[in-house]
Design a protein around this ligand. Structure first.
Ligand code: ACM
Length: 523
């Protein structure tokens, strides 16, 4: 019997004898809402096989067909669940919604020989899909990966490849980190200096910033770095993602991580002094002021963001906002007094509440890093828990939705091996493949009712030490394969030894897809 090596592991999967063989006569039957997925399947099968299966709405043929069917009766599997049945006569994918069919197609691609991922005809391959009965659906609704395109700008073509890989692993959320101290990457028509000035930095620090070393001398590369996505680029990427059932959640950082924006518009800052886009890592002291004009500026930015991104969730950052400038600023202190706020944490909370009200009034939901809990959580806010699990636990207990992104399991900018000298420079930490695989997104402290607030989980790629796409791939995979299983597969199905066996086959697929994954030591 064929071994089934699907990543992430399906909920139920039973292989039987025999197989369904693709031939030049294979036809895809897909009507109505299933038709676009049928076209995607045809496009996925054609290049390597050289057969371009016809996609038809109806067929009397009982054999040699791949049927994709929307079946309302499968609603119990959820909006993303599917059934995949392969017999020697035909292959059938059925689901209540197109998203489920799409995931069935992702599994189907992984039932074929790895060569199916090639973009030119491969001769001499037996294109047989093993007979199997699969029933599958995700454990979590939020299965995300974040890419920081600010510390290092990532070209549009790579962002698309990144999304392709998310879809292959049944991730459905691309969290796109678009603004930072070191670069503002999204065109805003009303405020052109955000990208004219804010998208470019003079140079970049070489090596790791040594905070505590008194003899340390900073060395810079002397090379300008930058780039941004035009609104047309963004529409293109959002549509590309939507076709792959990936939702793009934009992140516009506030009130901290704002140095590039303040470099563009100094009146948004607290000192009025002209500053440059930041050229080293770490947290900038330059944060937005809390004047009404700044709140309106950022709401105007968000207005353009809402036009570009249909996502229900909009990420406003909220992390790592040093309070020194607000403490020193007479204007900030006067604002606190006027608003009756007792400390700077409450001022930050006020700021976030204003954004929560704005987004809620526009039918969206605010999500922010767990610092938004400090000084009081805005009523509609969802929390992304990164400093361990504590923020997620506190928010879920308070009845707020959470996405679990704790650094110790999900920060894929951390080293992948214990021996750091044998690895490219990384930010610190250590997350082995096994550790990434072992993550349990529901904190043990939560009751069942509280746990229902855990929407899901997400892996992070901060790019201080990832200067280019190949390096991002090196850090993202194969840990991203492990995290996909954390987010999709039932707890009971998780078994690291079994995962490693499947990974061996899966890495052959990633090699063909030109993914520069880190080679793991597999048994
Ligand atoms: C974060 O890592 N500052 C969210």
């Amino acid at each position: 019997m064929a071994e089934i090596h699907i990543v992430p592991k399906p909920v139920r999967c039973e292989a039987t004898e025999g197989g369904f063989t693709l031939t030049p006569d294979t036809t895809i039957v897909a009507a109505g809402a299933a038709a676009p997925i049928g076209q995607q399947l045809a496009a996925a099968l054609a290049p390597a096989t050289g057969f371009w299966p016809k996609v038809v709405g109806e067929s009397m043929r009982g054999a040699g067909v791949i049927r994709l069917r929307i079946e309302r009766g499968l609603a119990g599997l959820g909006a993303e669940g599917y059934r995949l049945s392969v017999t020697p006569q035909q292959t059938t994918i059925s689901a209540a919604q197109p998203a489920g069919l799409f995931y069935g197609v992702q599994s189907l691609r992984q039932l074929l020989p790895s060569a199916i991922f090639r973009e030119a005809v491969v001769q001499g391959v037996d294109w047989t899909i093993p007979c199997v009965e699969i029933e599958d659906y995700p454990r979590f609704a939020w299965r995300g990966m974040m890419l920081d395109c600010c510390r290092h700008f990532m070209p549009k073509e790579f962002v698309k490849k990144f999304i392709d890989l998310l879809a292959l692993h049944k991730y459905n959320t691309f969290h796109w980190h678009l603004t930072e101290d070191q670069g503002w990457r999204i065109e805003i028509k009303r405020y052109p200096r955000l990208t004219e000035v804010g998208a470019w930095r003079k140079e970049t620090l070489v090596g790791r910033l040594e905070w505590r070393n008194p003899n340390y001398v900073e060395v810079y590369d002397g090379k300008p770095h930058g780039g941004f996505y035009t609104q047309d680029d963004i529409r293109e990427i959002v549509a590309y993602a939507a076709a792959r059932h990936v939702n793009v959640v934009p992140e516009i950082e506030m009130p901290g991580h704002a140095q590039a924006a303040i470099a563009a518009y100094p009146e948004l800052g607290n000192t009025g002094e002209p500053i440059a886009v930041r050229t080293k890592w770490g947290i900038s002291e330059h944060v937005f002021n809390v004047e009404e004009s700044t709140i309106l500026f950022l709401q105007n930015v968000l207005t353009e963001v809402l036009e570009l991104f249909p996502s229900r969730f909009i990420h406003i950052g909220g992390d790592e906002c040093p309070k020194a400038q607000w403490k020193a600023s007479p204007a900030a202190q006067a604002r606190m007094k006027e608003l009756g706020l007792v400390n700077e944490e409450e001022l930050q909370s006020y700021f976030i509440r204003r954004m929560d009200q704005f987004l809620t009034a526009h039918g969206r939901r605010l999500i922010g890093w767990d610092e938004i809990l400090e000084g009081g959580l805005a009523p509609g806010a969802t929390v992304m828990s990164w400093r361990g699990e504590a923020g997620g636990i506190a928010a879920a207990r308070a009845g707020h939705d959470v996405v679990m992104a704790p650094n110790v399991w999900t920060y894929f900018d951390y080293y992948q091996a214990e021996d750091r000298d044998a690895e490219p420079l990384a930010i610190g930490g250590y997350i082995s493949l096994e550790k990434a695989y072992s993550y349990e997104p529901i904190p043990a402290e939560l009751t069942e009712a509280e746990a229902r607030h855990v929407l899901g989980t997400q892996a992070q790629l901060w790019t201080e030490y990832m200067p280019d796409p190949k390096h991002v791939e090196y850090m993202a995979y194969p840990r991203g394969c492990a995290h996909a299983e954390v987010a999709w597969s039932p707890t009971a199905a998780r078994d690291f030894a079994d995962f490693q066996a499947r990974l061996k086959t899966h890495l052959a697929r990633l090699s063909i897809l030109d993914v520069n994954y880190r080679r793991p030591q597999l048994p």
